[in-house]
Design a protein around this ligand. Sequence first.
Ligand SMILES: NC(=O)c1ccc[n+]([C@@H]2O[C@H](COP(=O)([O-])OP(=O)(O)OC[C@H]3O[C@@H](n4cnc5c(N)ncnc54)[C@H](O)[C@@H]3O)[C@@H](O)[C@H]2O)c1
Ligand SMILES: O=P(O)(O)OC[C@H]1O[C@H](O[C@H]2[C@H](O)[C@@H](O)[C@@H](O)O[C@@H]2CO)[C@H](O)[C@@H](O)[C@@H]1O
Ligand SMILES: [Mn+2]
Length: 452
Amino acid sequence: MKKFSVVIAGGGSTFTPGIVLMLLDNLDKFPLRTLKFYDNDKDRQEKIAGACEIIVKERAPEIEFVATVDPEEAFTDVDFVMAHIRVGKYAMRALDEKIPLKYGVVGQETCGPGGMAYGMRSIGGVFEIIDYMEKYSPDAWMLNYSNPAAIVAEACRKLRPNSKVLNICDMPVSIERRMAETLGLASRKELVVRYYGLNHFGWWTDIRDKAGNDLMPKIKEHVVKNGYVVTSGDRQHTEATWNDTFTKARDVFALDPNTLPNTYLQYYLFPDYIVGHSNKEYTRANEVMDGREKFVFGECEKIVVNQSTEGSALHVDMHASYIVDLARAIAYNTHERMLLIVENNGAIENFDPTGMVEIPCIVGSNGPEPLSIGKIPQFQKGLMEQQVSVEKLVVEAWEEGSYQKLWQAMTLSKTVPSASVAKSILDDLIEANKDFWPTLKKEQQELEQVLN
Ligand SMILES: NC(=O)c1ccc[n+]([C@@H]2O[C@H](COP(=O)([O-])OP(=O)(O)OC[C@H]3O[C@@H](n4cnc5c(N)ncnc54)[C@H](O)[C@@H]3O)[C@@H](O)[C@H]2O)c1
Ligand SMILES: O=P(O)(O)OC[C@H]1O[C@H](O[C@H]2[C@H](O)[C@@H](O)[C@@H](O)O[C@@H]2CO)[C@H](O)[C@@H](O)[C@@H]1O
Ligand SMILES: [Mn+2]
């Protein structure tokens, strides 16, 4: 059986140890010969890599382990690039969240103005990784889950159309795990789903078991009372904010009881509620820095000090098993059915063919073959047309260095009440992102004077 060489780009990520443990748990299905880490922050990566090297040595000493900040060393002789970088790290995430909140607008990592700011930082970082991969391992595939996946995917479609990049998100599988629990099923893999939308912006339309029995009525019965809250919860979503999100799905569901919603729709459909329940001084970025980041780095330090994983509380990222499924689908032509972010190209009949949509695909060695969705209802179509335009305008703004287009994108977002609020947020975000964004030209300086 062929053994694979994988590089994790964003080796210093809080998700890296969970993914390494998940890869080690799946060596029988996806054997590894080399595991490399690449990051542009040497110190941050070293803390995670020091522990992961010990984990790999204990569990699979035959795997060669390399951690490097040298792109040539990292990207030479690899079959897969698993990319989860966060350009600007949590410090910039905190600003993405806090600046819009200052103006009474949703402050969120991937939605609204915060998501656009993150997108303007991510595109260049992700392109850099793609370029390294294509230079040093031109046959490799990149499995990208760096956020904001919707904007990154649109940038790849438009500006890197021939690159072997698959964009994917774990929110649907995470919700499906909860649906399976609600139904008393052992695994989400027992569900066969139909789903459509944009990334962090979609709906399930049909959920069946493998025998074809309709499971939607039973799930809806649960969601109408509890949202996606389940009794066991999971180890990755223990904070109150995640519980609020899974509870709020009840209200999102009420808007269209024919479908089951992705939790991220709460930011677009209930922005007033979200802002009302946000703390402008302490946002999700703070919660993550005080929670997941401290925990993961603390546990890694203990492993390095003890030179052993004995007693370690680090746990496998179960949700990340979709990454192994995706790699296996490419490597072994498994034709696994998975939700991926792909060019619409007619799959949703009455939607922009160039929009990047999240839909079921059959994945084989040649990449994804999207399934046909047909026509979607007016409510979803209207919401998606507005949001896909936001995502396209952000990519155009990045490509052209256009202030005007980024202002239009922010104005168009359902989370923003007016062009003047959009402008205030944008101007603050430009200042905060001056080390990361391309310089934006103001096409209509005089308009600024009119508005001031
Ligand atoms: N698609 C999904 O559903 C999904 C799920 C979870 C997390 N994510 C994404 O995974 C990423 C990591 O999240 P995290 O919370 O662990 O963040 P993190 O800040 O802990 O890790 C990100 C790492 O990326 C590195 N980095 C930043 N810019 C880089 C560049 N240009 N080249 C190489 N490395 C670079 C940083 O130094 C850091 O070590 C984020 O983009 C997050 O949004 C996506
Ligand atoms: O606020 P964070 O950093 O905890 O999470 C933001 C991410 O949320 C989703 O990912 C979840 C995922 O759904 C779950 O299965 C598990 O792996 O944890 C992830 C992080 O909590 C979302 O899909 C990502 O795009 C977000 O970055
Ligand atoms: Mn996601």
